[in-house]
Design a protein around this ligand. Structure first.
Ligand SMILES: Cc1cc2nc3c(=O)[nH]c(=O)nc-3n(C[C@H](O)[C@H](O)[C@H](O)COP(=O)(O)OP(=O)(O)OC[C@H]3O[C@@H](n4cnc5c(N)ncnc54)[C@H](O)[C@@H]3O)c2cc1C
Length: 437
């Protein structure tokens, strides 16, 4: 329609961004899932991978890969998200300490740029576009295909939870585990504030082998920290897996009586949030506002953050799950568009609030937005060097501050690949230009 058109275009993955990032006001929204369902092409050689459509859901990639005894290496906690949607952000979960985020586990992309060029890109070919698009918030092109790295898939998972009452001990153990060579396969953590039910939340249904023992744990209003771990194994390796788990657990300083363990299939574990989704949907509690806040916090500041936020700002909140776990920066690639703190270890902290629609009380949307603001203000005043993940800002100045020194590169890439700012206007980073002049 030419440079004078105000038309914008947004790719919509599964539409799970919480602030309309996949929308285009008065523009065109492309349903990327309509590209899905094509046959996935597997290479099962020494370094296995699969070529998928960017509109494919990760859950479908898992099921197809398992038919070849393979699976992707790095996940999100919830798999009913598209490849294009998570690669435009990062894709972070409890495997990221070892493999990096999903954007560190892609070999090649096919991208339609904002200029309409269809480009195959990788580390070796059009590398700048490849890195721009990864974590690029949909700003430079629409990903149409991706080549995802795979590994041999285990059949089973030992799923473990242990509790701590002291934050320093908890985080020291987490860091010990993510730094060790032989360690668990998934490492996350949860903060339990004011909850009597310390075991389950909407985030996952964890059914320990000994429910009677589990029911004894009552948080009694205390703040507790739950370390969540898994060890992958195949049925013929059960003795070795048991020994490894025992050995690793013996190095940790959790409250001894709080060890809870279960065994589930690899698919059940990876798809754990969907089980809860189905329950919530049946009660009409899934499609409610989710004022989430995700922060990446440098290791050197995490204790101060925990004291101020868990011990003060959230002290009286019944808040919904709060995740906290460290990752190794060495597994992240700073040539991508993704920005992260400049320390060797940083923490992912996710406040996964959900609000009761129309409530004006402490379970309402306004209340959680105020809490989010208080947390962000606390970080800003104390100069914690925090970066938001899945960030939402309303002005370009805020985005500029978010990108910091990387802003110049980000804007250069924009003018190279989408000079009219047609793409992903819902991120509110650039305004559609009516003309290049
Ligand atoms: C229940 C739940 C749990 C989650 N857990 C995690 C987690 O553990 N870790 C994590 O990292 N994230 C998690 N997320 C967040 C999730 O990764 C993001 O919301 C992601 O954007 C969702 O993917 P989507 O397919 O719904 O993308 P959408 O929300 O549809 O799109 C996201 C952005 O990417 C752009 N986009 C979409 N597809 C493409 C494409 N093909 N090419 C270019 N741009 C595109 C859109 O325009 C938009 O700006 C979770 C979300 C939910 C709902």
């Amino acid at each position: 329609m030419g440079p004078l058109s105000k038309l914008t275009v947004a790719a919509r993955g599964h539409g799970h961004s919480t602030r309309g990032q996949a929308q285009a006001d008065q523009g065109i929204v492309i349903n990327m899932e309509s590209l899905g369902g094509q046959v996935m092409q597997f290479n099962t050689g020494q370094l296995p991978y699969v070529d998928v459509s960017a509109g494919d859901l990760w859950i479908n990639i898992l099921h197809e890969s398992l038919k070849h005894g393979l699976a992707p290496k790095s996940w999100t906690d919830y798999l009913h998200l598209t490849v294009g949607g998570t690669l435009s952000n990062a894709g972070i979960s409890g495997q990221a300490f070892r493999h990096g985020p999903q954007i560190s586990n892609v070999h090649q992309l096919e991208v339609v740029t904002g200029k309409g060029d269809v480009v195959n890109c990788s580390e070796k070919q059009h590398a700048d576009l490849f890195h721009s698009v990864l974590g690029g918030l949909g700003q430079f092109g629409i990903i149409t295909k991706a080549r995802i790295s795979l590994e041999p898939a285990p059949k089973m998972v030992k799923w473990i939870r242990v509790l701590y009452s002291d934050f320093s001990t908890f985080s020291r153990d987490q860091e010990l585990l993510i730094s060790a060579e032989h360690t668990f396969d998934y490492i996350e953590g949860l903060v339990i504030i004011n909850r009597t039910d310390v075991l389950n939340s909407w985030r996952s249904s964890f059914s320990p082998q000994d429910p009677a023992q589990a029911s004894k744990f009552i948080s009694d209003g205390r703040t507790l920290f739950c370390l969540e771990l898994t060890k992958n194994f195949n049925p013929d390796e059960v003795d070795t897996a048991n020994k490894e788990v025992e050995n690793l657990l013996s190095k940790l300083s959790y409250i001894q009586s709080t060890l809870l363990m279960t065994e589930v299939s690899y698919v059940e574990f990876l798809d754990r949030v969907h089980t809860s989704e189905l329950k919530l949907r049946s009660k009409g509690m899934w499609d409610v506002p989710h004022p989430w806040l995700n922060l990446l916090i440098p290791r050197s500041k995490i204790k101060y953050f925990a004291q101020g936020v868990f011990g003060n700002i959230l002290k009286d909140t019944k808040s919904g799950p709060v995740l906290i776990y460290p990752v190794n920066k060495s597994k992240w690639d700073n040539r991508t568009s993704f920005v992260f703190p400049e320390e060797d270890i940083f923490y992912m902290v996710a406040f996964l609030f959900h609000a009761v629609p129309s409530s004006a009380g402490t379970n309402g949307l306004e209340h959680f937005l105020t809490l989010n603001k208080r947390i962000l203000d606390f970080c800003a005043v104390a100069h914690l060097g925090v970066k938001q993940y899945l960030a939402h800002y309303t002005t370009q100045e805020q985005w500029q501050a978010h990108f910091g020194q990387r802003w110049e590169v980000f804007t250069q890439r924009k003018s190279t690949y989408d000079p009219l700012a047609i793409l992903a206007p819902g991120q509110r980073i650039f305004q559609k230009r009516a003309s290049i002049l």
